[in-house]
Design a protein around this ligand. Structure first.
Ligand code: 5AD
Ligand code: SF4
Length: 424
């Protein structure tokens, strides 16, 4: 029996899909790499915005017809949406046979031996100890170091669907990262909703980085996501001291207005954030900064929104993921009365995107003429004589090369740039 898995949302879901693949392979399933070959289609879903859920429902509706040709075919929904929506996914005529929440993947093989079913119990301690994810044959790896989130930002569904923070055994992480390096995945990203809160015995996140930096088989270490309220001086120092830790940090700002940050329950001010940027830039020259921003949070006035644009101009992020606020049932902000009209959210989002695009283009263009070091990840989509990869500061670069360069570091000179790619 073959399974095919389709993944939506953040890198944590990519990592969870690898975990699920490992669990199913151990249980005797085979992995299908084309949906046509599958006896079981798994959708690993995201709930962070309504749009993400709508897209998956659309995809399931599109694939349901396969059941007419193959009545044995089963469809399973995993991940945050499975956790959030639960049995309603089974009740309605969605064509879904199984619903499995984020803490119940160990039960998956047993559940699949039944006709239909659901497992969405919360297990606040589930960390999948000792399980070996299947990283496939890619050149980069994601390694989960903690799960869950305790922050309860007022807009966010994640703490409601992924439960409380818990960290992975330190030894297990070291072993996993070393194994990735040995298997040709030289660029490793450590994952967690809030990696700065990593704790295992005496080990905090900076100590983990110092330890992983000793692993010879990897070239580069990255991590997501950091919370500005928890970014310590110790972490800034560890980033500066560890030669494998890349000169990049993803530090979600969300808004440039203090009243909005307060209503979002972010627990920092814009002044604190500016201070962090200053510290990071002083300790790590050329560090690139990326962020997440939300347009049209409830109660956000024009003046608040202008403060976010001001912060963007002042900080000049290398890249920003801009989102339109989306109401998530069950979160605090969903019941705030002063919701911003949809058209206004959209126009603010567009303004944000336009401003960031200008800044990103300037940042990328400033690299023209520089020699850069690229970790080659794949063949370029446009030409067989070119390859694509990333710089240490998290910029996509395209350069001359062939398949044999994948998984290696290459030097090249930047000839031109777009707002997303350095062309060498
Ligand atoms: N609406 C819009 N954006 C959201 N995010 C999280 N929840 C919401 C929401 N309800 C964004 C935040 C977060 C990123 C992963 O998704 O910016 O950092
Ligand atoms: Fe959501 Fe805030 Fe936790 Fe990030 S830190 S996952 S935005 S609640």
């Amino acid at each position: 029996m073959k399974f095919y898995i389709e993944t939506y949302g953040c890198q944590m879901n990519v990592s969870d899909s690898e975990l699920v693949s490992g669990i199913l392979l151990n249980a005797g399933w085979e992995q299908a790499f084309a949906i046509d070959d599958a006896d079981l289609i798994l959708f690993n879903t995201c709930s962070v915005r309504q749009h993400a859920e709508d897209r998956v429902l659309g995809r399931i509706a599109n694939e349901k017809h396969r059941k007419m040709q193959n009545p044995e075919l089963k469809i399973a929904v995993l991940g945050c949406m499975a956790q959030r929506v639960g049995k309603r996914l089974l009740e309605k005529d969605f064509g879904v046979d199984f619903v499995v929440g984020v803490d119940q993947y160990l039960q998956l093989p047993e559940l699949l031996s039944q006709e239909r079913g659901m497992e969405t119990e919360f297990d606040h301690f589930q960390i999948y100890p000792g399980l070996k994810p299947v990283h496939g044959d890619q050149s980069c790896a994601f390694v989960t170091i903690m799960r869950g989130c305790d922050n309860f930002c007022s807009y966010c569904i994640v703490p409601h669907v992924r439960g409380r923070e818990r960290s992975v055994d330190f030894e297990q992480i070291v072993e996993e990262v070393a194994k990735c390096g040995d298997n040709g995945m030289k660029d490793v990203t450590l994952l967690g909703q809030n990696v700065n809160s990593y704790r295992w015995g005496d080990y905090n996140f900076p100590r983990l980085l110092l330890e992983l930096n000793k692993i010879d088989s990897i070239y580069r270490l990255r991590f997501v996501t950091s919370h500005p309220k928890d970014l310590s001086d110790g972490l800034v120092q560890a980033m500066a001291d560890c030669d494998k830790v890349c000169e990049h940090i993803h530090l979600p700002l969300q808004s440039g207005s203090n009243p909005v940050l307060k209503a979002m329950n972010r627990k920092y001010t814009i002044e604190h954030y500016f201070g962090l940027v200053e510290k990071l830039r002083a300790a790590i020259p050329n560090i690139s900064l990326t962020t997440d921003l939300i347009a049209g949070f409830p109660g956000e006035t024009h003046a608040d929104f202008e403060l976010t644009l001001d912060a963007m101009r002042e900080i000049r992020f290398d890249y920003a993921f801009c989102f339109k606020y989306s109401e998530r049932e069950g979160t605090a902000a969903c019941s705030f009365e002063n919701q911003v009209p949809e058209t206004e959210r959209l126009s603010r989002l567009q303004e944000m995107i336009d401003l960031q695009r200008e800044i990103t283009l300037e940042k990328f263009s400033a690299q023209v003429g520089n020699e850069i070091e690229v970790y080659v990840e794949s063949l370029s989509k446009k030409s067989v004589h070119q390859v694509s990869g990333k710089t240490r500061d998290y910029k996509i670069a395209v350069l001359d090369g062939d398949e044999s360069d994948i998984g290696t570091l290459k030097k090249a000179r930047v000839k031109s740039a777009t707002a997303g790619t350095l062309i060498c």
